[in-house]
Design a protein around this ligand. Structure first.
Ligand code: EPZ
Length: 430
């Protein structure tokens, strides 16, 4: 079984290049099925969730040619099946983006119910409400969501919660509906904007993405496009917090600093220095970390996908910090692992009360989900002694070459397959 073997204690220092945003790439790839013409995608991250989605798209007849590790040419002119039900697709959340995309273009689709990280109840009622408002009949049967419509007709939809997935799905279907759709209380995340920009580059008419009211005039046909995906806000934030936790100095390159403002603000608050340039940010952690309070919120608030990373940092700060998770109800599962490394954290409902300790100590731990897995790796990189991290398949869902990027910053981390390889790693790094 693959594990990360880690020896902690080295401050991470140097430059790291951030890849394309997974959570933008997933809907953009799904939306590429909405035209019969060829679509060229650049800056696509080479991570497991993307590869699973591309595999499912090939399964329904999409021609996918990888032109390099980070770019692909896709043609959906010969889609021969509107039922998406591969084994892999059930494991990723973004499978349901094919529902919005195929429903928009073909007025009919069936997709296996989504999985994704186990971070609490992940309802899809707002997706269904949106599709129904556009005139689709939607049912859930035998583990599949089925949607079909004679005609899709624009509508005025108020989202009861700010949902990234529902906003994206309804936006895709509405892009090819007849007439005008207004989505109120829409999600404002950068990946929602990136998808709208991509759809517009294919001839859609979408205005207001990035605000809480999106206006869409449906078009009958979309055309081919060449598009470059935005940098990954959460991969960038993870490395920014890696600098804070390991008392390092990291320049995070190829980012959009505006997307990182809530993360930067918290790093400044806990005593890090942050320098911004056009497309990079440098984080220096020269002073002891200070305590703070943080509540996760939809964009532009502090992202839930950065909650474990900030908790790991606050676990090493002076004093008592409070972290409140307001998006997902079960996103503190990793805290038990952090406690095994010496953290002093109490979870009450959706709140973690953190009394900072001087240091973590290495232990044998497991990644419970994608972002928590990455956060635990960072904790281990600051810890005294050796750590093994199991279940790294979760981390590989969303971080490309995570351990290699960390090694390039001076981390002592290796991928090992066996206990023997772990022992060899220990001997080698001392
Ligand atoms: C997206 O999930 C991301 N996933 C998540 O990232 C991220 O944590 C989340 O947005 C919040 O930013 C992808 O983009 C593939 P939501 P999504 O719909 O779309 C409730 C990662 O680590 N809700 O915005 O599933 C829901 O229960 C992953 O990369 C409803 O009630 O999130 C939650 O409380 C993990 N009804 C809140 O809204 C619905 O129909 C936000 O969920 C839909 C959602």
């Amino acid at each position: 079984m693959e594990q990360y073997a880690i020896k902690g204690g080295n401050p991470l220092v140097g430059d790291v290049e951030i890849g394309g945003a997974k959570n933008a790439a997933l809907p953009i790839l799904a939306a590429s099925t909405m035209t019969d013409e060829t679509v060229h995608i650049e800056n696509m991250p080479d991570v497991r969730d993307i590869n699973v989605l591309l595999g499912a798209m090939q399964g329904i007849g999409v021609l996918v040619k990888r032109t390099s590790r980070h770019s692909a040419v896709l043609n959906s002119g010969n889609i021969n099946n509107l039922v998406v039900d591969t084994e892999g697709i059930k494991k990723i959340r973004a499978s349901y983006y094919l529902l919005g995309a195929l429903l928009g273009k073909y007025k009919r689709a069936e997709v296996a119910l989504p999985g994704g990280c186990d971070i609490g109840c992940r309802a899809i009622d707002q997706h269904i409400k949106g599709f129904r408002a556009l005139g689709a009949e939607v049912t859930i049967e035998h583990g599949m969501i089925k949607a079909r419509a004679e005609r899709l007709v624009g509508s005025h939809i108020y989202m009861d919660v700010s949902s990234v997935g529902a906003t994206i799905n309804v936006m895709m279907a509405a892009a090819m509906a007849e007439g005008k759709t207004i989505i109120e209380n829409s999600a404002k995340e950068p990946h929602v904007v990136d998808l709208a920009n991509f759809l517009n580059s294919m001839g859609a008419n979408i205005k207001g993405a990035g605000t809480d009211v999106i206006r869409i005039k449906g078009v009958p046909k979309l055309h081919g496009s060449e598009y470059t995906i935005i940098p990954d806000q959460i991969e960038a934030g993870t490395f920014m917090f890696a600098a804070a936790v390991t008392k390092g100095d990291i320049t995070v390159k190829n980012v959009i600093p505006k997307h990182l403002e809530s993360i930067t603000a918290k790093l400044l608050e806990i005593g890090c220095e942050v320098e911004e340039a056009d497309d990079c940010v440098r984080v220096v952690a020269a002073k002891p970390l200070a305590h703070t309070q943080v509540k996760t919120l939809p964009y532009p608030g502090f992202p839930t996908d950065m909650q474990p990373q900030i908790t790991v940092a606050l676990g090493l700060s002076k004093g008592t910090s409070i972290v409140t998770e307001s998006i997902f109800e079960n996103r503190f599962k990793y805290v038990d692992e952090l406690i095994r490394m010496g953290a002093n954290i109490r979870v009450e409902g959706n709140t973690a009360i953190i009394d900072g300790v001087d240091r973590y100590t290495g232990a044998s731990i497991s990644a419970p989900d994608l972002r928590a897995g990455a956060a635990l790796v960072i904790a281990a990189l600051s810890a005294v002694g050796f750590t093994t991290v199991d279940d790294i398949k979760y981390i590989e869902r969303g971080y490309e070459d995570f351990h290699i990027k960390l090694q390039n910053l001076g981390a002592q981390i290796e991928l090992v397959q066996t206990e023997r390889e772990f022992q060899k790693f220990k001997l080698r790094v001392g």
